[in-house]
Design a protein around this ligand. Structure first.
Ligand SMILES: [Fe+2]
Length: 512
């Protein structure tokens, strides 16, 4: 890798066209989300006993928690982008074959303000505040903000704390019963506010360290900062800082062996300080500019820059090293129109997302990017023990015109496996390994499925090898379409045991 230098592979990309900075954005407005029931459900519940059809594997014990927007519109106020809906968590707690359901809104500052004023009055992905404008001074000088963010994207675990995350620090700690505890404050000097990061923080399966990047926007320097969090630590350690003049909207990244791979798409804010006047409207699509690939050595912090053709992606799938090459798989779009079209989810016409593989030849200093399949899918997940390593399978939402299924993609064989039921719309498939797993796919898939005809939802458990149904657990109401989830294995049984005990003593689950 020491010989790696920056390379320019696409012949039409030249300094001349890079300096033109010609905006070629196609979209700048957000269509309305419709129908409302698919994206909004204000009912909260705790420990509701659910009906189970089929058989839940005996070894599957713990909480499946999924994050996503739960409130987007009132008669007088509306959010612009689905990404800004007020965060709501849904938990299916599995214990000895029984399942209890809890759902609660995140008590964010945006939520509390909504409860008081009835307005969506906050700084979000596309949302701009009606009052209390985003202060450039606060932004540039990192004025500490103690507010709880609308962390509606992912759910993760940092130093044994359950946290909800969005794309700005800080994570929000939640309890096992989905109560909001407050900001998860880091014990370090990295930015804690007015900066941006990925909600898709990753755990290295070998070292158990957490890895992420943040975008620091400063008065004198803007930089992509790569950081790690050691196990049993609340401190982010800066690994590498990459100065940049413009910033890209980057939703996720990859670990690839000893490298951290950041892909900077040509959906960029040329003056990062414009973000003080609204986040996503500061970004434009630059069709004539390359995608930049930053490859960072996770030990030394040294980095190299590569260039390839323009494309956009929300979700990296995984990365790995093999034969002096670095590979990164991601779900790519030809441009960033999906930023706005996401409001049409799950009815996006003519989906144009494809599986791309980035291939960086470290000896020849060459970069290649190519399409791997014609199938359309999103929300990819894999066996987390394969993160950063060569892997055979990933699972994803499989997009059909009349329903969303689950696809198991096999990198080593031509045949993929699918689960599909017409009129049913599955969400992100989360893989949980068998405790004594001997194969990469020895486990189960959990996904929340929406039946749009019946306006009902259920938790679906699939065998991860053949995608055969093992169990369906009926939810007590329609669960709005959401984003990402995680399974928390039963590691601290006392609160759960208490809940089960009270249930068995006759304290029925209650809705509120
Ligand atoms: Fe995501």
């Amino acid at each position: 890798m020491g010989k790696i230098i920056s390379v320019l592979l696409i012949s039409f990309i030249c300094v001349g066209c890079m300096t033109q900075q010609e905006k070629t954005s196609h979209h700048t407005s957000f269509p309305e989300m419709s129908p409302l029931y698919m994206f909004q459900n204000t009912q909260e519940m705790e420990n509701v006993d659910l009906k189970v059809y089929g058989k839940i594997p005996e070894w599957l014990q713990g909480d499946f928690v999924r994050n996503g927007p739960g409130l987007i519109r009132t008669k007088t106020s509306s959010i612009k982008s689905w990404f800004d809906g007020l965060g709501k968590l849904h938990a299916f707690s599995i214990n000895n074959g029984r399942v209890l359901y809890t759902c609660k809104f995140l008590r964010s500052a945006a939520y509390e303000k909504f409860k008081t004023t009835g307005e969506f009055d906050f700084v979000g992905f596309a949302q701009e505040p009606k009052t209390d404008p985003f202060s450039l001074i606060d932004f540039l000088f990192d004025v500490k903000n103690e507010e709880v963010t609308n962390a509606n994207v992912t759910i993760s675990k940092i130093n044994n704390h359950r946290v909800a995350m969005t794309e700005i620090p800080l994570p929000v700690e939640i309890s096992k019963s989905l109560d909001t505890k407050g900001p998860f404050d880091y014990d370090d000097d990295l930015p804690k506010n007015y900066s941006f990061e990925s909600a898709h923080i990753l755990e290295d399966p070998q070292t158990k360290a957490m890895w992420n990047f943040l975008i620091k926007i400063g008065l004198f320097e803007t930089a992509y900062q790569i950081y790690s969090i050691s196990p049993h630590s609340n401190s982010r350690q800066l690994v590498s800082s990459i100065p940049v003049s413009s910033i890209s909207y980057m939703h996720s990244f990859s670990l690839a062996g000893k490298y951290f791979v950041l892909v900077d798409y040509p959906f960029r804010a040329k003056d990062p300080k414009d973000i003080a006047h609204g986040f996503i409207k500061a970004f434009s699509w630059y069709q004539n500019e390359p995608t930049k690939i930053y490859v960072i050595n996770r030990e030394s912090g040294q980095f190299w820059t590569f260039y390839t053709k323009p494309f956009f992606s929300y979700h990296h799938i995984n990365g790995f090293e093999k034969d002096n090459k670095i590979f990164v798989d991601l779900i790519a779009y030809p441009d960033a129109d999906i930023i706005y079209n996401v409001n049409k989810y799950p009815f996006i016409k003519n989906p144009n997302n494809k599986l791309y593989r980035l291939e960086i030849d470290c000896l020849k200093n060459q970069t290649n990017v190519y399409q791997v399949t014609h199938e359309h899918f999103e929300f990819p997940r894999l066996n987390d023990s394969r993160i950063g390593k060569e892997y055979q399978y990933f699972y994803a939402v499989h997009i059909h015109p009349n329903g969303y299924g689950i696809l198991k993609y096999n990198h080593f064989k031509a045949k993929n496996t699918t689960w599909f039921r017409e009129g049913f719309y599955a969400g992100e498939p989360v893989y949980i390994p068998h405790p004594q797993a001997k194969a990469e796919d020895d486990g189960v898939i959990l996904t929340i499925v929406n039946n749009l005809k019946e306006k009902t939802s259920f938790l679906l458990i699939l065998d991860a090898k053949e995608l055969k149904e093992l169990a369906r657990i009926e939810a007590p109401h329609f669960i709005p379409f959401g984003f990402h989830g995680r399974f928390f294995e039963e590691d601290s049984p006392s609160p759960y045991t208490q809940r089960i005990s009270s249930f068995r003593a006759g304290t029925r689950g209650r809705a509120r």
